[in-house]
Design a binder for this molecule. Structure first.
Ligand SMILES: Cc1ncc(COP(=O)(O)O)c(C=O)c1O
Length: 384
């Protein structure tokens, strides 16, 4: 990388970018907008708008309830599309409900599988919903919450993010899964900041349980359904806590007794939002076709470029320099971060603020250009 990076360097990189054409698949309502928040809410795929119109007009309005014939297995079909990107097989992922609900289900089920242990371990720096759900389950089950993963001999369940939502640090999924498992605990991985920006080899790592959202790098739309991964070997015996009728093996017999499916449908709860699932399907489909390896290559290049710009402008970042250890955003620390994010937004540069002092620059490879990274970080530099 040259000593002084310029906007022309960014434009050169955009011209050489093998994924550049994918941006045309998205709605660009304001060409002057510098959007660096695809790690919170991905942009809108054009085909999602067509698909939703078709679900409304051709499916709901036309076929009415008969459409359930093709809607009923959508959580599994969309899950199968996502599965290769997270290193698992068909029939191991369901796209349904929210990350928070899915975390609750899988953490509680994992606790039930380790009845002789009384601790749930989570990092005090992890995303709030993960910590809160752990706290709630621990209170209900009279378990103890431990901050951190050093001691695991009495731990039932470890809850961890694959990519840290603040720093973008990537966890050692194979190493930590192996360490947790050999200590006799189960791990529930949260892929929210990893899915769709880098490949995760959950299957090869021996991970058995995971969740994640689809509205960030997977461009599924606001509030699009999350996913649950349960390894095939664990599915038939998963003691999931919420007994909804969509998990029931003879769902339409409406019988007196809950007898859940022995497969991934066991994690389903109630009627899924078909519109939201259709949107998630389109977003996931784009990433699947573009290819997760190519997406990850570009994420590494974008974040590397961003970090070099931070150095050039003397901005302090906690994002790992080692490309193999980071996800898809660059975190810049400044004591006035909150005000800076607001001032950037006033200049049509969308980033986000994370407590206590972080400006996050999200690099979403299907839509973010090197010139966006340049413009965003240069705008921050100019404010300082
Ligand atoms: C690591 C992580 N988990 C969970 C969530 C959100 O959960 P939910 O989709 O239920 O709002 C986020 C949202 O940013 C997140 O970053």
């Amino acid at each position: 990388m040259s000593a002084m990076l310029t906007r022309d360097d960014a434009l050169d990189r955009d011209r050489a970018d093998p994924l550049a054409r994918w941006r045309d698949e998205f709605v660009i309502a304001d060409p002057s907008l510098v959007y660096l928040d695809g790690n919170s809410l991905g942009m809108t795929p054009k085909r999602t708008i067509q698909r939703l119109q078709s679900v409304l007009a051709d499916e709901w309005a036309t076929d009415l309830i008969r459409s359930w014939d093709r809607w009923l297995d959508m959580p599994q079909r969309v899950g199968d599309r996502l599965a290769p990107m997270i290193g698992v097989g068909p029939g191991e992922v369901s796209v349904h409900d929210s990350t928070t609900i899915n975390l609750y289900q899988l953490i509680d089920a994992a606790c039930a599988l380790r009845p002789d242990r009384s601790v749930i371990a989570v990092s005090g720096g992890d995303f709030p919903t993960d910590r809160y759900v752990v706290g709630g389950i621990a209170a209900a089950r009279r378990m103890e919450v431990r901050d951190g993963f050093d001691r695991l001999d009495d731990v039932a369940v470890v809850v961890r993010s694959v990519v840290d939502y603040r720093t973008a640090e990537l966890a050692d999924v194979p190493g930590e899964t192996a360490r947790t498992t050999s200590a006799g605990a189960l791990v529930v991985w949260d892929l929210s900041h990893a899915a769709g920006v880098l490949p995760v080899d959950l299957g090869g790592s021996g991970a058995q349980l995971a969740v994640g959202c689809t509205y960030k790098y997977l461009n599924g739309g606001p509030g699009s359904p999350a996913f649950s991964y349960v390894a095939s070997a664990l599915q038939a015996s998963l003691p999931q806590p919420i007994w909804g009728w969509f998990a029931q093996s003879d769902q339409f017999e409406m019988g007196p007794t809950f007898r859940p499916h022995a497969d991934i449908r066991r994690v389903l709860l109630g009627t899924p939002s078909i519109l939201a699932l259709a949107a998630a399907d389109e977003g996931i489909g784009l990433s699947a076709v573009a290819g997760i390896e190519a997406i990850a290559d570009k994420a590494r290049a974008l974040t590397e470029f961003g970090l070099a710009l931070c150095d050039q402008l003397h901005l302090r970042s906690s994002t790992p320099r080692d490309a193999a250890r980071r996800g898809g955003h660059v975190a810049v620390h400044h004591r006035d971060a909150k005000q800076l994010v607001a001032r950037l937004a006033a200049g049509n540069v969308v980033t986000d603020y994370r407590d206590p002092d972080i400006v996050r620059f999200g690099c979403s490879p299907l839509t973010t250009r090197f010139s966006d990274v340049f413009d965003g970080i240069a705008a921050l530099g100019a404010l300082l």
